[in-house]
Design a binder for this molecule. Structure first.
Ligand code: ATP
Length: 271
């Protein structure tokens, strides 16, 4: 009988994982806020159709790294990014890049649900209108339904699309923000602690959604919850004091990490 040794099997699985293409590549990424350096030469690749969790103690640079992936740091005056970040091989910091277009390709969901003070319908159609993705009311209607379906919200709101988005519960608002991100057909969705303002039931819904969205999108999520990272991600990257300490398959990261600092953080010894 041809039995594969454990090591060979592990290698085969590893090769399979490594075969997943890199949607985004971060090379020697450093970020400075004025004189303060927040990230030190981070090399991190984001795999396609994979959920990558960014973990680490408070202030270690997780959100800073996340924001480099769609140039949200551009909105901070004294912030400077060095190194190179590519999306499908193209340099996203190239001066010829249209940042509005980039942020449509690499969407973002924030910590606190932040729907516009407009109707549910308008929250979803805002982006598609700006990007000229729909010409007729029927096309907009279709985008609204599809986006709300993908965000797992359609059944709850289909009869009140013209009521205010801010009148929804916190969990529904966050799913509306996910629908809003999805409406412009992004390729990558960045999530900065998307469940930190939600109760356990709303959190479970968003986690389930993240699981479903992975089939069509590449997802990067910052989370303080080790359980959440373990539940939703396939890859995990651990940051400490602005350095990327370790990046690994999530299963390995939480059972047998390579770096002592990861072990200590996961065991709650610091942070
Ligand atoms: N706008 C800013 N101006 C100046 N310094 C900043 C700014 N944003 C972040 N920093 C600093 O950069 C470092 C990394 O912050 P960042 O928010 O990326 O960490 P984090 O790991 O996401 O933290 P947390 O888990 O607490 O959200 C911290 O020292 C923080 O004080």
């Amino acid at each position: 009988m041809n039995m594969m040794s454990e090591a060979t099997l592990e290698k085969a699985v590893d090769q399979k994982m490594n075969a997943v293409p890199h949607k985004m590549i971060g090379k020697d990424v450093s970020v400075y806020y004025g004189e303060k350096r927040a990230l030190f030469d981070v090399n991190l690749n984001i795999r396609e159709n994979t959920v990558t969790a960014l973990i680490g103690p408070s202030g270690c640079g997780k959100s800073t790294f996340l924001r480099t992936l769609n140039r949200m740091n551009d909105t901070i005056d004294h912030c400077k990014v060095t190194g190179k970040i590519t999306l499908d091989g193209g340099d996203i910091y190239d001066p010829s890049i249209d940042v509005v277009e980039l942020r449509a390709r690499v969407g973002m969901v924030f910590q606190k649900p932040n729907p516009f003070p407009k109707s549910i319908y308008e929250n979803v159609t805002y982006g598609p209108k700006i990007h000229g993705l729909a010409r007729t009311k029927a096309e907009l209607d279709a985008i609204v339904e599809q986006s709300l379906q993908k965000a797992g919200l359609w059944n709850e709101v289909k009869d009140r699309l013209h009521e205010s988005g801010t009148g929804l519960s916190g969990g529904q608002q966050q799913r509306l923000c996910i629908a809003r991100a999805v409406a412009v057909s992004p390729e990558v969705i960045l999530m900065d602690e998307p469940c930190s303002a939600l109760d356990p039931i709303a959190t479970a819904k968003v986690e389930e959604l993240i699981h479903e969205l992975r089939a069509n999108y590449t997802i990067v999520i910052v989370t303080h919850s080790m359980q959440q990272a373990a539940r939703v991600s396939q890859r995990t990257a651990m940051f400490h004091l602005g350095n990327l300490v370790e990046e690994n398959d999530t299963d390995k990261m939480f059972t047998n990490p390579d770096d002592q600092r990861t072990q200590d953080y996961i065991m709650g010894r610091f942070g």
